[in-house]
Design a protein around this ligand. Sequence first.
Ligand SMILES: NC(=O)c1ccc[n+]([C@@H]2O[C@H](COP(=O)([O-])OP(=O)(O)OC[C@H]3O[C@@H](n4cnc5c(N)ncnc54)[C@H](O)[C@@H]3O)[C@@H](O)[C@H]2O)c1
Length: 280
Amino acid sequence: MSAPINTVLGPGSVSPSAAPSPSAGVVALDLTGRTALVTGAASGIGRACALRLAAAGARVRAVDRAAEGLETLVGEAAGLPGSVAPRLLDLTDLDAAEGAAAGADILVNNAGLQLVRPIEDFPPDVFHTVLTVMLEAPFRLIRGALPHMYAQGWGRIVNLSSVHGLRASAFKSAYVAAKHGLEGLSKTAALEGAPHGVTSNCVSPGYVRTPLVERQVDDQAAAHGIPREQVLSEVMLKDSALKRLIEPEEVAEAVLYLCTPQASFITGTSLTLDGGWTAH
Ligand SMILES: NC(=O)c1ccc[n+]([C@@H]2O[C@H](COP(=O)([O-])OP(=O)(O)OC[C@H]3O[C@@H](n4cnc5c(N)ncnc54)[C@H](O)[C@@H]3O)[C@@H](O)[C@H]2O)c1
């Protein structure tokens, strides 16, 4: 005879009653009353995430080093059910990054940068900066956010990884190394956070229509030795079954879902939005 489920759960385990009721019907993705910190919120995917989380009712702390983009974002968020508060911060200041995360219920580690160069030409100082912003800062932000999340028994960590957290591409050594590291950090946070009601997941898109992608077209053309008009078809979409860029708003929708109570059983995983790239 099998043991009743309650006797299988050990001390400190989350009881089945912590799960949303299956009979609750269709429930809105609502984050009213939650505080969310989004890094890299002044542009691209981070901007879309900040707006989507505020539209779901969250109070968003929008962190970026770009003052102008933050100002624009605050204007765009006017009238949404939640709010967006700008926080000008360069994430290479790791102590400040850790401090900024205190008290957040939701943490979206999104800020990033890219340089496309063969390893032998890749500047070591840029490699260091990429690893600092895209791996060490997320570690410090998670470290800063966890005490409050653990104390209240609820938290959501979403790490913007990439298909390059799961697959490598030539000429992207720093970016691929940082994203593979971020996937590991995210899984570790999931294991440690589970007894405290904290989930941690990656969202791993293919190429998204953002300034980060627009800026790398010339570098990709030079590194691969092809005209810039061929970069989209020959490089960016070569391994994608769906032959288009994904929009930032589509990524933000996945991030929002992972932040909701409905996603409470999803942790330690990567949600790939890669148009079929990793199906190969
Ligand atoms: N665009 C894509 O195709 C794509 C695909 C997969 C994953 N991603 C990831 O999504 C995230 C967002 O990328 P995006 O395309 O929206 O880029 P983006 O360039 O549009 O925005 C990145 C933001 O990060 C900020 N940022 C960079 N360094 C910072 C620092 N030191 N301190 C504070 N802020 C800093 C920038 O100011 C900018 O606002 C990145 O982690 C990126 O790796 C992007």
